[in-house]
Write a protein that binds this ligand. Structure first.
Ligand code: SF4
Ligand code: SF4
Length: 149
């Protein structure tokens, strides 16, 4: 399936359920609005529908049910097919950070999404400081996947 972002109309951002117990997701939304971080490749002059949801908790299996529901309903109600949806995995799932390594079930999440035949991309909000520390392999000082801390 082509991952041409101009052909997409709907962005489903999947965030870590555990992290979302204390994070509003503001920096994910900000990154999308500004087309930065993992959203830098999205054209700025195109409007997208968006949905923010969590993986449902470890092991992430609820992602299959949630995204399946989305794909089914949006097809029924608005005739939007899977080829027009893109799933974006949040940085707290995909990136190493001060608090934890990437989600241990990252490959599993991607496999579930692939089975639904939905395109998937990685990263949302990306902190410049955290990127620098990742490059230097330094996570002894305070840093985060994004700027939420
Ligand atoms: S990437 Fe940052 S803002 Fe987005 S859900 Fe994770 S911790 Fe929150
Ligand atoms: S499966 Fe991964 S993304 Fe989901 S709650 Fe567990 S650690 Fe977070």
């Amino acid at each position: 399936m082509a991952n041409d972002l101009r052909e997409k109309d709907y962005v489903a951002v999947v965030q870590c359920h555990i992290v979302k117990e204390r994070c509003s997701g503001y920096f994910c939304e900000k990154a999308f609005n500004e087309r930065t971080g993992g959203f830098a490749a999205y054209p700025k002059d195109k409007a997208y529908r968006t949905l923010y949801l969590t993986c449902g908790g470890c092991c992430g299996r609820a992602v299959q049910r949630k995204l399946s529901h989305l794909a089914r309903k949006i097809k029924q109600r608005e005739d939007i097919g899977k080829d027009r949806i893109v799933v974006q995995l949040s940085s707290c799932i995909t990136k190493d950070n001060f608090h934890a390594p990437p989600c241990p079930n990252l490959d599993y999440l991607k496999a579930l999404i692939a089975r639904l035949r939905l395109d998937v991309r990685e990263d949302t909000a990306v902190s410049e400081l955290a990127e620098k520390r990742r490059a230097e392999s330094v996570y002894k000082a305070k840093g985060a996947a994004c700027e939420s801390d």
